[in-house]
Design a protein. Structure first.
Lengths: 248, 261
């Protein structure tokens, strides 16, 4: 379980997180929604130690994320970045097998390549993609490679940062279905950040809305449309009218 | 009152910013150096850095050195002829190249070619979240990106300086023997007899220090770059400026250290 307790984070005078409290149950898929610049990515990066909160605690299975052995802690995670964040100096298979080619999970090169090709197949890419460089792939293919890299070491917890941003609706649907399938298949805990309500409905078990630096609403995805929360209702409707200011 | 204090406030802010940066660079250097000696070691990244910094810099180092050596021979000949001591050309070309021009010009060429490339590459990795991706893949960016580059530069730039020194002296030799009427055998003998071990050691030590400065500045500014294309551009520009100034400052300090007596 991932637990946020009264987490605060500011960047200069800008207070981004102002007391975030949230629990993500083991094996569930939590989607965080909210306007641009509300701190969704900050929440996610705080768990991984990429950003250090000013105060509050984040724990994973009851252990403080900051005091855990870093290597062992990070080995439990996989992450799909918004722009895929593939290493452009490496081929596709080397990107996917990055973790398997070095460090504590190191395997023989041939075995690592085999696993990478299997993971590429899992995300719908053929083995001939393995020796291409990321710059030779379309945006959708790069996202799939990023997804293959995220699951290559079979992590317990997977983070997805805006997985469908910049993709056409059909490719977005493909990525959403893949994420859902993989999370269910692996039994992993998932935390996704998105603005895309179609993704929310496809991926989420639970939804949390971040607004004003706090979790404005959280609950099962089935209750999202009838929450009665004016902020969430406005966000789902995509309306300029409501408590969320259109100009921020 | 506020207007009176404004210049002091500005000076104070600049001093604090400078001190903060010095502290930040010092911590960065400590981090990079400490990662060189702690496992895991990324041999492939080290070899790649060695190739990029060393082998690929050879053409620019060679061209710079040969033209500088030739120009130096012409200048010394012209200057020394005023005192009828033209025979000192081989000695002055050798000492000028080995003690000063070789290390400084190679250092500046490495700053222009390698520092800029390291800063731009790492800054782009930062902007595109590749550095965050490294962390999530249990790989320390300092260990993976900075340590191999700094170690490679410290080891290979002295070799570049040595090669630059030889090519520079050869440039002077070509001009002196082809244009100025020097006897080739005498030129070589005078050069070899005049150079001392201390000259060569100082040249190589300067190379190691300048290489370290060039790589550290590239990595530091790359990892601390701002967002977007402008951030990458700014990081690249600042890294080259800082490396060039630090190389010249370090050259003065090292020259004082080696030759003040």
């Amino acid at each position: 379980m991932i637990q946020f307790d009264n987490v605060h984070k500011s960047f200069g005078p800008k207070k981004v997180l102002q007391g975030v409290n949230l629990s993500i149950a083991k094996g569930s898929s939590m989607v965080i929604i909210g306007g641009s610049g509300t701190g969704k990515s900050v929440m996610l990066k705080s768990v991984l130690g990429l950003i250090t909160p000013d105060s509050g605690t984040i724990s994973v299975d009851g252990h403080d994320a900051r005091t855990e052995d870093r290597d062992a802690f990070l080995a439990r995670f996989g992450m799909l970045f918004q722009g895929a964040a593939l290493f452009d100096s490496m081929t596709v298979w080397q990107n996917v097998a990055f973790r398997l080619l070095r460090g504590r999970l190191k395997r023989p090169k041939a075995e690592a390549r085999e696993i990478a090709i299997e993971k590429l197949r899992r995300v719908g890419l053929t083995p001939d993609v393995a020796d291409l460089f990321p710059s030779e792939l379309s945006g959708g293919m790069q996202k799939r490679v990023g997804l293959a890299r995220a699951i290559a070491a079979e992590p317990e917890i997977i983070f997805f940062d805006e997985p469908t941003t910049g993709l056409d609706p059909i490719m977005s649907g493909v990525i959403n279905d893949l994420i859902r399938e993989i999370v269910v298949e692996m039994g992993a805990t998932a935390m996704t950040i998105t603005h895309d309500m179609t993704s929310v409905r496809a991926i989420a078990d639970e939804v949390a809305m971040l607004h004003g630096g706090v979790i404005q609403w959280s609950g099962p995805v089935a209750q999202m449309d009838n929450s009665g929360d004016p902020y969430l209702t406005q966000f789902i409707a995509g309306s300029a009218e409501g408590p969320i200011e259109a100009v921020r | 009152m506020t207007a009176v204090l404004a210049p002091f406030t500005a000076i104070g802010r600049s001093v604090i910013a400078l001190m903060t940066m010095i502290g930040s660079v010092a911590l960065f250097v400590w981090g990079a150096v400490s990662h060189i000696f702690r496992p895991p070691f990324y041999g492939r990244e080290f070899l790649s850095a060695l190739f990029n910094i060393g082998w690929l810099s050879l053409p620019v180092v060679g061209m710079t050195a040969i033209f500088t050596g030739g120009a130096l021979a012409l200048q010394i000949y012209d200057g020394s002829s005023r005192f009828s001591v033209e025979s000192v050309v081989p000695q002055i070309v050798a000492i000028g190249m080995v003690r000063e021009l070789g290390p400084v010009l190679v250092g500046l060429m490495v700053a222009a070619r390698v520092t800029s490339s390291i800063a731009a590459e790492i800054a782009t990795m930062k902007v595109t979240e590749q550095i965050d991706a490294l962390v999530t893949l249990s790989t320390h960016p300092m260990k993976y990106l900075a340590a191999p580059r700094v170690l490679a530069a410290v080891l290979v730039v002295p070799a570049l300086v040595g090669i630059g020194d030889i090519i520079g002296i050869y440039g002077g030799f070509l001009v002196a023997t082809e244009n100025l009427g020097f006897n080739p055998a005498t030129y070589v003998r005078n050069t070899a007899d005049f150079l001392q071990l201390n000259d060569i050691v100082s040249s190589l030590v300067k190379g190691a220090v300048f290489g370290g400065i060039a790589a550290v500045m590239g990595c530091y500014y790359g990892m601390n770059s701002g967002r977007g294309a402008q951030g990458v551009g700014q990081a690249t520009k600042s890294s080259v400026q800082a490396a060039a100034v630090l190389i010249l400052a370090a050259n003065f300090l090292l020259t004082s250290l080696f030759f003040s007596s």
